[in-house]
Design a protein around this ligand. Structure first.
Ligand code: RB5
Length: 144
């Protein structure tokens, strides 16, 4: 899968590790930055990743900040983005199955790397459930 990934300073270390992990798993990662853990503003990187997803340049986006909260707020401002702040594999599965989330927002400060790797695996492997979920997601998209 083609995946755009970005972070702020609080998510930088896990971004680097997730790039290595997901590349090793066979995915193609597009690193939208930052290039160091110097302090920076998470909306700048949320916008870069969200726009890649929005125009169809990639299949999915992954964003990591301290909590994942700011990243999800910013990414969801971009048309066509359904970003989910996920801290468990159960939420990762539901975000895909029920909400057809296309951007995964992770916490680099409160969730360990191993858990975030598992969250990524589930998020990338789970399909949208369609059926009763489809008109609900269509109503989300109509809010753009
Ligand atoms: C940075 O200190 C922190 O505010 C940011 O990483 C993120 O958690 C915001 O939601």
């Amino acid at each position: 899968m083609r995946i755009a990934i970005g972070s702020d300073h609080a998510g930088f270390e896990q971004k680097q590790q997730l790039i290595a992990y997901l590349t090793h798993s066979g995915h193609e990662l597009i690193d939208c930055g930052p290039a160091s853990d110097d302090r920076c503003d998470y909306p700048d990187f949320a916008a870069k990743v969200a726009r890649e997803v929005s125009v169809g340049a990639v299949d999915r986006g992954i964003l990591i900040c301290g909590t994942g909260i700011g990243m999800s707020m910013a990414a969801n401002k971009v048309a066509g983005i359904r970003a989910a702040n996920v801290i468990s594999t159960e939420f990762a599965e539901l975000a895909r199955e029920h909400n057809n989330a296309n951007v995964l927002c992770l916490s680099g400060r409160f969730v360990d790397l191993l858990t975030n790797e598992e969250i990524c695996d589930v998020f990338l492997a789970t399909s949208f459930g369609e059926g009763r979920h489809a008109p609900r997601v269509a109503k989300i998209d109509a809010l753009d």
